[in-house]
Write a protein that binds this ligand. Structure first.
Ligand code: NAD
Length: 484
């Protein structure tokens, strides 16, 4: 175990240096890359760029650590994981601040809750067990079903929730007896490097390694023969590469991919009371969440009033640097995404669609700021309706017939989440049951929990995270047949 460098400033701010975490040690790299603060467009810090040899070393250490970690049993692992949660809690404020600085999300309303939820997740999952099940017993024999850990898990994470999405993988992988190597997104490696540094003073060497670098590390991880499973969160296109690469050594794969979630507001909905939930469901994290509302289908009887009420609420929000406590909407996370979201706005304008709020990007601002943009009733064929915008643009589409709204919601290669809103709960549930998605919320949005399975249908994913089902996917079913 290595001592944590004492670099946290007296005011609780951590400003590096950042190290790779490999085999229980904090390791420097020959090369580094810039991490940009999206609120300023300036370099926030240098992150180490791991070499192929360093990634190999992390995997080799994880393979060695697997023997003793898996042998510890659930209770032994739970103690370590609780100690890790305590250590993260002691660094909670600096982790949240770092998250805002590298990702852009508002500190109070987004970054602190993300860190808190991640810590709570570790503690709660550490309590969960997968027990041996007797599936058959006769006078002659007994058949047991065991769930054994897989080995070394490779985790590949995106830039929208860099703490939560990584620790969502760490907690179930470790408690079930696996070890893990994380490759964070090159856009947001710092918070993962930091929670990795903290882990090295708590967990046995090799149990959790963090290896940052460019996209080229991803394929190295997905092709590596000593990786038993890839737990991937990111875009559908990259997910397909992961799936292909995993075939080489028949790796287990869980894919959490893109989405184009619809929210259907039924004719009987008390729409005024749900505007804040819908607004944040769409625009929270500047629209950069996989299960964000990306299409709002509103019954035509109140569509006009709905658009006005939505705009009214949106106007009360402040766009800016997430460290400013008055800011509720931060920048988009990186230049690539900024350009992508601007291209959606250009397409909306070029096609004469009706922007009723926002739509003008001030290129003179430092950082990657896109104002909340509302598009009034674009056609179903519009790019902003058909594709995942992953930014603060909300198309509000009028429909006449609920059947038609369901058909449009389902007419997508994606099937991640969705939501249905109406006073008659049974009627809303009946609609929800017909959506072709991995998750659907009725009169609420984005509720999550360690026992609530989370995953995508169609091209939004493969397998599930969370819940008993999610934990099972970090194990191998092993049938033991014993003659009495
Ligand atoms: P991305 O696919 O570009 O990158 C994700 C990760 O994959 C990064 O760490 C990247 O370095 C790595 N990577 C890139 N090329 C690779 C390759 N060939 N092999 C292996 N790894 C490779 O995604 P992103 O832009 O970081 O994230 C945004 C996307 O993620 C959106 O589509 C969003 O909907 C999706 N997402 C899904 C969920 C979910 O739970 N379903 C959650 C968050 C984000």
């Amino acid at each position: 175990m290595s001592a944590l460098p004492q670099t946290t400033q007296p005011n609780g701010v951590f400003d590096g240096p950042y190290y790779l975490s490999i085999a229980g040690k904090l390791v420097e790299s020959k090369n580094s890359f810039d991490v940009i603060n999206p609120a300023t467009g300036k370099v926030l810090a240098e992150a180490p760029a791991a070499t192929a040899e360093q990634l190999d070393a992390a995997i080799a250490a994880a393979k060695i650590a697997f023997k003793s970690w898996s042998a510890l049993g659930y209770d032994g692992r739970q103690k370590y994981m609780n100690a890790y949660a305590d250590a993260l809690e002691a660094h909670r404020d600096e982790l949240a601040r770092l998250l805002t600085q590298e990702q852009g999300k508002p500190l109070r309303t987004m970054a602190e809750p993300e860190v808190d939820q991640s810590i709570s997740w570790i503690r709660q999952i550490a309590e969960r067990r997968i027990l041996v099940e007797v599936v058959e017993e006769t006078a002659e024999h007994i058949v047991e079903l065991h769930h054994t850990p897989l080995g070394v898990i490779g985790a590949i994470t995106p830039w929208n929730f860099p703490v939560l999405l990584a620790l969502w993988k760490v907690a179930p992988a470790l408690i079930t007896g696996n070890t893990m190597v994380i490759k964070p997104s090159p856009f947001t490696p710092l918070s993962a490097l930091r929670f990795g540094q903290i882990a090295q003073s708590i967990l046995p060497p090799g149990v959790l390694s963090i290896v940052s670098g460019g996209n080229e590390l991803g394929p190295q991880l997905t092709h590596h023969p000593d990786i038993a499973k890839i737990s991937f969160t990111g875009s559908t296109e990259t997910g397909k590469h992961v799936l292909r690469a995993a075939a080489g050594t028949v790796k287990r794969v869980t894919l959490e991919l893109g989405g184009n979630d619809a929210a259907i507001i039924l004719p009987d909905a008390d729409y005024r009371s749900i505007i804040p939930q819908l607004f944040w469901g769409a625009v929270g994290n500047s629209g950069q969440w996989c299960v964000g509302i990306k299409r709002l289908y509103v019954h035509r009887s109140f569509h006009k009033e709905f658009v006005q009420a939505f705009i009214h609420y949106a106007r009360q929000q402040k766009l800016g640097d997430g460290l400013d406590h008055e800011v509720t909407v931060g920048p988009v996370q990186n230049k690539m995404q900024f350009d992508k979201v601007k291209a959606f706005i250009d397409d909306i304008k070029a096609n004469g669609q009706n922007i009723v709020l926002g739509g003008d990007v001030d290129e003179n601002l430092p950082g990657y700021f896109i104002p909340v943009t509302v598009v009034d009733n674009p056609p179903e064929s519009a790019r902003i309706v058909q594709e995942e915008q992953f930014g603060p643009i909300v198309p509000i589409i009028a429909y006449d017939d609920v059947e038609d709204a369901i058909a449009r919601a389902n007419n997508s290669p994606f099937g991640l989440g969705g939501s249905v809103w109406g006073r008659d709960t049974a009627a809303a549930v009946a609609v929800a049951n017909r959506l072709e998605t991995g998750m659907v919320w009725v009169n609420e949005i984005h509720t999550q929990g360690v026992d609530i399975p989370f995953g995508g249908h169609k091209q939004s994913g493969l397998g599930t995270e969370h819940g008993f089902e999610g934990r099972l996917l970090f194990t191998n079913p092993k049938t033991v047949l014993i003659r009495k």
